[in-house]
Design a protein around this ligand. Structure first.
Ligand SMILES: Cc1ncc(COP(=O)(O)O)c(C=O)c1O
Length: 392
């Protein structure tokens, strides 16, 4: 008799990006109509050359092949604590930081540290699909907060408050948001902090895209300057996008030391430590690449502006509902057609690989996510032209 797999896991949806890639499997694209891949959020450029040279030297040292401390290299934790303290005008110490194998591992261990089967976690729509998949895997019920289209994607605070129950363990927010690109205002985040504090639940803030916000001179919020932040906040971050290191697998979880005690057990069992070479890359980025990071931020801002210009007016009925950092959220004009159908057809006929909103949760069938960061600046008008000609 064949063994069976985990019954809960079988109910979890398959990896969405891999699914979309099947639409173009085996196809080749003509030079005059190349694939415009706006599906996965990956930087369209290589890591900084200085960083590559640094790693080429480090990889030759035998010590680089070894595990690091569970919570990460002390120099990296120090450097990140200093960088976050500066960015948020707050008080973050190295003990507050655990280095993880990417932002996804940071979320995974945060949820395992906070909740268990039967508990609830508030997840605004549209969600980042791996967040939802992981909650389901753990038997934690994701409680959805409706998409607030009018606000450009910032959830309604009353809608959040009304969904808190005695089983709620956390509110998860992503800002700048994946998939909408929406950047939440500091005042809204303060309200969420207060709400979570009153309810005795965690505010889990995924700020993977923080370095691509419009104004890096101003803290994204002031939550880290609140004296009691450790009682409420768990902050998730990724080095994947900021230093173009998606394959190096390095991210972080910033929280109070009580949470870190629990997180250490999980990290020890799952990965023991984040990849040593990835940690060195992250350290180098934090300590040497400020000008490079700024250059890439400005590039991304120019791409966003180009996207906004293309969609200043609806293009063949496609409307840009929100945009920011890496993403734009488009409303398609084909009522009665699912986002999945529209996206599949765009792959087949317009050579555009784009993700259907339905991959980001219920009631998202009218939308498509554009990961515009993947495209060269000059490809953005081309995206508009192809959508202009598209028929279904
Ligand atoms: C909101 C968000 N969090 C986390 C991640 C995962 O990043 P990492 O590569 O660090 O695991 C992503 C990647 O797309 C993301 O969009």
């Amino acid at each position: 008799m064949q063994f069976s797999t985990n019954a809960v896991l079988r109910t979890v949806s398959a990896p969405p990006i891999a699914h979309a890639h099947r639409w173009i499997a085996g196809r080749t694209f003509p030079k005059d109509r190349p694939l415009l891949d706006v599906s996965q959020a990956v930087p369209s450029y290589a890591p900084a050359q200085d960083l590559q040279r640094f790693l080429a030297e480090e990889i030759q040292k035998p010590g680089t092949a070894l595990y690091t401390q569970i919570a990460g290299l002390p120099v990296l934790r120090e450097a990140l604590a200093a960088a976050l303290s500066l960015d948020y005008a707050g008080r973050i110490q190295a003990e507050n930081i655990a280095i993880t194998a990417g932002g996804n591992e940071a979320f995974s261990v945060a949820m395992m540290a906070l909740a268990g089967p039967g508990d609830e976690v508030l997840l605004p729509l549209p969600y980042y699909f791996n967040h939802q998949m992981w909650l389901q895997t753990l038997g934690i019920a994701p409680v959805y907060v409706p998409f607030n289209r009018q606000s450009g994607g910032t959830p309604d605070i009353d809608a959040i408050a009304s969904r808190v129950t005695p089983r709620t363990r956390a509110l998860v927010l992503v800002t700048p948001n994946n998939p909408t690109g929406a950047v939440y205002a500091p005042e809204f985040l303060e309200q969420c902090f207060d709400l979570c504090q009153q309810a005795g639940i965690a505010l889990v803030l995924d700020e993977t895209y923080k370095d691509f916000r419009d104004d890096v001179g101003v803290p994204p919020h002031r939550l880290f300057s609140r004296p009691d932040w450790e009682d409420v906040l768990i902050h998730l971050y990724s080095f994947s996008k900021v230093y173009a290191l998606t394959g190096f697998r390095v991210g972080s979880l910033t929280a109070g030391t009580a949470v870190q005690l629990q997180v250490a057990k999980l990290l020890d069992c799952i990965t023991i430590c984040a990849p040593h070479i990835g940690q060195l890359a992250a350290w180098y980025g934090l300590t040497h690449l400020d000008p490079w990071r700024e250059e890439k931020r400005l590039e991304m801002r120019a791409k966003k502006a180009a996207l906004q210009r293309v969609f200043a007016e609806p293009v063949n009925g496609f409307r840009l509902v929100s945009s920011g950092a890496y993403f734009g959220y488009l409303e398609h004009p084909f009522q009665g057609k699912s986002a999945f159908e529209v996206a599949h057809k765009l792959a087949d006929e317009a050579n555009i690989l784009i993700l259907p909103g339905s991959m980001f949760g219920p009631e998202q069938d009218a939308y498509l996510r554009v990961a515009f960061a993947n495209l060269d600046l000059k490809a953005l008008p081309e995206l508009g032209q192809r959508l202009e000609q598209f028929r279904i």
